[in-house]
Design a protein around this ligand. Structure first.
Ligand code: NAD
Ligand code: UGA
Length: 474
């Protein structure tokens, strides 16, 4: 059995196990295997169906560049398995990369992170491990979660087994996960400042050093590392809510939000990224992590701080509502029995992920107004759309059947509809033959651009009634 070897007081990692084969565990550990052929990497999950997909030709997630990486090392030094215990037993280092959703009930419901999956993975490591291990928090967790993990591991493990706990948050964005992992801006490794903690920190740093420049591997204390992840997501989302707040002012004044964002982004202190106005940010993490920060602030009796961060989510909800109301207003104050084509269901382009997608909120509201909704997304499975829209908070299966039709091309989706509503910025929506789209629509033909991707002058010329977030269209 592999153990942590110590050469000249250095710990060398030869076998890695990753618990959680999701959007983070899968790509992250596949890239580690790709860049470290001398390390055996096993990714385990309780979800046998997901593991089977990782072992098949159709991976469970769509991510540009991922197929090639997996194909290059699967069966060589990269393995996917539902035998969680074997993975734990064999590993020197274990990533805990399980989901940490917002709690749905109990104390902190609607705000705090649900750490049940982290706790159950940690308890399993304690129960199964027969040798010392480095345990790495890869999941995004509240500040000081490592303390709870340590308590669980120490109270439940066998004698003479030592666990070092590290925080190594992940910063990849979906759709660009592979380039993000191959060339990360930084890798954070937090540890306790003990001798053993620092040795474990160096062992993980040595893994990343196989492809990440040492200067980009940042070591720090555990609590700073945990908080840095929540902080980074909050700051990124804050920029989007700021530009979305400006988009409302632009629509009312005649300023153009893209021009304003461009002008501000040229200031090197501000920078150009994450200033694209939109129908609202989605994704599994921004909202969850900000609410987590709100909960942390409240728990620390810092209500002003909590209110400050909460406003980012409030503004995001406002943006989605504003866009919905715009569609209703422009369609003569009713969409009942009208036909709407929804272009894009994923929360951003280049992913099939729909978690917290603005499309779910918008379509839910259209269904409540009894509109007939036609949906086209190049990468989201039909079953996923159905699952998202038959959630009890959205629509009953009967309402879904009556009001929603899923299409597999953009033109059939817009056939005989009153309006096209763009909710995801897929490249293909920029280059469609909009004359053809227009020809087959009911007139007047409306188009609503929630992603600022259309040439509005061209659209007007074709004959569309055009509305864009953050801009008046004349
Ligand atoms: P995910 O839901 O896609 O994957 C989590 C996986 O963990 C699931 O397949 C689940 O079956 C498995 N799992 C849960 N408990 C388990 C257990 N006890 N044993 C074995 N498997 C178990 O989640 P994700 O998107 O990969 O996110 C994972 C973590 O990474 C979250 O904390 C998230 O906040 C963070 N994160 C996500 C992203 C992203 O882009 N999705 C980016 C950075 C960080
Ligand atoms: C985000 C962060 O960018 C990652 O660094 C982080 O690791 C990840 O969350 C996480 O913790 O899960 P992700 O949600 O995958 O990544 O994608 P982003 O590119 O950040 O986009 C999030 C949402 O914001 C999308 O709906 C996107 O369309 C929207 N967005 C993004 C805008 O509306 N405007 C922008 O300028 C940028």
């Amino acid at each position: 059995m592999a153990t942590v070897t110590k050469e000249s007081n250095m710990t060398t990692v030869t076998k890695i196990c990753c618990i959680g084969a999701g959007y983070v565990g899968g790509p992250t550990c596949s890239v580690i295997a790709f860049k470290c052929p001398h390390i055996q990497v096993t990714i385990v999950d309780l979800n046998a169906e997901r593991i089977a997909a990782w072992n098949s030709d159709t991976l469970p997630i769509y991510e540009p560049g991922l197929d090639e990486i997996v194909r290059a090392c699967r069966g060589r030094n990269l393995f996917f398995s539902s035998d969680v215990d074997k993975g734990i037993l064999e590993a020197d280092l274990i990533f805990v990369s399980v989901n940490t959703p917002t709690k749905k009930s109990g104390i902190g419901a609607g705000l705090a992170a649900d750490l049940a999956y982290v706790e159950s993975a940690t308890r399993r490591i304690a129960r199964i491990a027969t040798s010392s291990k480095i345990v790495v928090e890869k999941s995004t967790v509240p500040c000081r979660t490592a303390e709870s993990m340590r308590a669980i591991l120490e109270a439940n493990s066998r004698e003479n087994i030592h666990f070092d706990i590290l925080s190594n948050p992940e910063f990849l964005a979906e759709g660009t996960a592979i380039p993000d992992l191959l060339k990360p801006d930084r890798v954070l490794i937090g540890s306790l400042q003990s001798e053993e903690g620092k040795r474990a920190q160096q062992a993980l740093a040595a893994v990343y050093a196989n492809w990440v420049p040492r200067a980009n591997i940042i070591t720090m204390g555990l609590w700073s590392s945990e908080l840095s992840k929540l902080a980074a997501n909050a700051l990124l989302a804050q920029r989007i809510s700021s530009v979305n707040a400006l988009s409302a002012i632009c629509e009312a004044t005649g300023a153009d939000v893209d021009e304003v964002a461009h002008a501000c982004g040229l200031d090197s202190r501000i920078g150009p990224k994450f200033l694209k106005a939109s129908v609202g940010f989605g994704g599994s993490c921004f909202q969850k992590d900000i609410l987590n920060l709100v909960y942390l602030s409240e728990s620390l009796h810092l209500p002003e701080v909590a209110d400050y961060w909460r406003q980012i989510v409030t503004m995001n909800e406002y943006q989605k509502t504003r866009f919905f109301e715009l569609v209703i207003r422009r369609l003569f104050n009713t969409v009942t029995n009208k036909h709407l084509a929804i272009y894009g269901f994923a929360f951003k382009k280049n992913t099939g992920d729909t978690r917290e997608s603005a499309a779910i909120t918008l379509v839910k509201q259209f269904i409540k107004e009894k509109a007939n909704v036609h949906i086209y997304d190049p990468k989201v499975d039909d079953a996923q759309i159905e699952m998202d829209l038959t959630d009890p908070s959205v629509a009953t299966p009967a309402e879904f059947k009556k009001h929603v039709t899923i299409h597999h091309d953009a033109y059939s989706c817009a056939q005989d509809v009153d309006a096209v509503v763009i909710l995801t910025e897929w490249d293909e929506f920029k280059t469609l033959d909009y004359e053809k789209v227009y020809r087959n629509m009911n007139k007047p033909a409306f188009i609503f651009d929630g992603r600022l991707i259309l040439d509005t002058t061209k659209m007007k010329k074709i004959g569309f009634q055009v509305d864009v977030i953050g801009r008046q269209v004349y």
